[in-house]
Design a protein around this ligand. Structure first.
Ligand code: DX5
Ligand code: ZN
Length: 229
C-alpha cells in the first residue's frame, strides 16, 4: 500500500491535492502540535473537512502529546486509521482501545531510536505499527535505514501468525529507498516529498507501488524455492 503524505502538498489547495493522488491506498495526514515535535500543522477541524472531500481511507498520524485526550476524536470523525506515538503516553493500550471503540483502526508509532521490544507484547491491541524512518516533525529528510530491523522483527511475528497488523514506514521513502523497506517486509509506505514533489503524483504512486510489488514477488518466489526447514 502507498500512503502519500499531504505534509508535502499545497495547504491552500488540499482538496485538489487529494484529487491528485487518486488510486492511493491511504492518505497520510500528519497532525503536529509543536510540543511532541517542533512543528505545527493541522488538527481535527481540517481533518473533518478533508474527510468530506475524499473517499481515500485516511491515515492520521498524531505527533502530539496527550493522545488519550485527542486521538478518539479523529476516529469519531471517520479516519480509517489513527496512529499515535508510543513515546507520548504511559497507557498506549487504553488509547488503542478508545480508538477502536470509536470505529477506527489503531496504530502505534515509534521514533527511529525507540526500541520495539518493550511494545511487542501490546501490539496485539493494534492494527498498525508505524515505524518512523526519520525524526518526526518534517518532510524531506533522509531515510534512516537501521529502523528496518524493527520492521523485520515485527514482520517475522506477523508471518508466524503471532500478530496481525500492517507494518507501515514513514520518512524518506522514495524511488531509491522503497525497495529496501519492501525487502524488510513493510506493507504500507508513506511518501510525502517523493509523491508531491513530482508533476504527476498519481503516476508516482503507481511507480512506487510497482517497485514494492516487484520486491514482494521476488520474496515470495524465494520462499517457494527454499521452504523453511
Ligand atoms: C514526518 C512525517 C512524514 C512526512 C514524510 O514527521 O511523519 O509523514 O510527511 O515526508 P517525506 O516522505 O518527505 O520524508
Ligand atoms: Zn507521518
Amino acid at each position: 500500500m502507498i500512503a502519500p503524505s499531504i505534509l508535502s502538498a499545497d495547504f491552500a489547495r488540499l482538496a485538489d491535492e487529494l484529487a491528485a493522488i487518486e488510486g492511493a491506498d491511504w492518505v497520510h495526514v500528519d497532525v503536529m502540535d509543536n510540543h511532541f515535535v517542533p512543528n505545527l500543522t493541522l488538527g481535527l477541524p481540517i481533518v473533518q473537512s478533508l474527510l468530506k472531500v475524499t473517499d481515500i481511507p485516511m491515515d492520521c498520524h498524531l505527533m502530539i502529546e496527550n493522545p488519550e485526550r485527542w486521538a478518539p476524536g479523529y476516529a469519531e470523525a471517520g479516519a480509517y486509521n489513527v496512529t499515535f506515538h508510543a513515546e507520548a503516553t504511559d497507557n498506549p493500550i487504553a488509547v488503542a482501545r478508545d480508538i477502536r471503540a470509536a470505529g477506527a483502526k489503531a496504530g502505534l508509532s515509534v521514533k527511529p531510536n525507540t526500541p520495539i521490544e518493550p511494545y511487542l507484547e501490546i501490539l496485539r491491541e493494534f492494527d498498525t505499527l508505524l515505524v518512523m524512518s526519520v525524526e518526526p516533525g518534517f518532510g524531506g529528510q533522509s531515510f534512516i535505514a537501521h529502523v528496518l530491523d524493527k520492521a523485520k522483527q515485527v514482520r517475522r511475528l506477523v508471518d508466524a501468525g503471532e500478530l496481525r497488523l500492517v507494518v507501515e514506514i514513514d520518512g524518506g521513502i522514495n524511488m531509491d529507498t522503497i525497495e529496501q523497506a519492501a525487502e524488510a517486509g513493510v506493507d504500507c509506505f508513506v511518501a510525502g516529498s517523493a509523491v508531491y514533489g513530482t508533476p504527476d503524483p498519481a503516476a508516482t504512486v503507481e511507480v512506487l507501488r510497482q517497485k514494492a510489488i516487484a520486491v514482494d514477488a521476488a520474496l515470495s518466489q524465494r520462499r517457494t524455492q527454499s521452504p523453511p526447514q
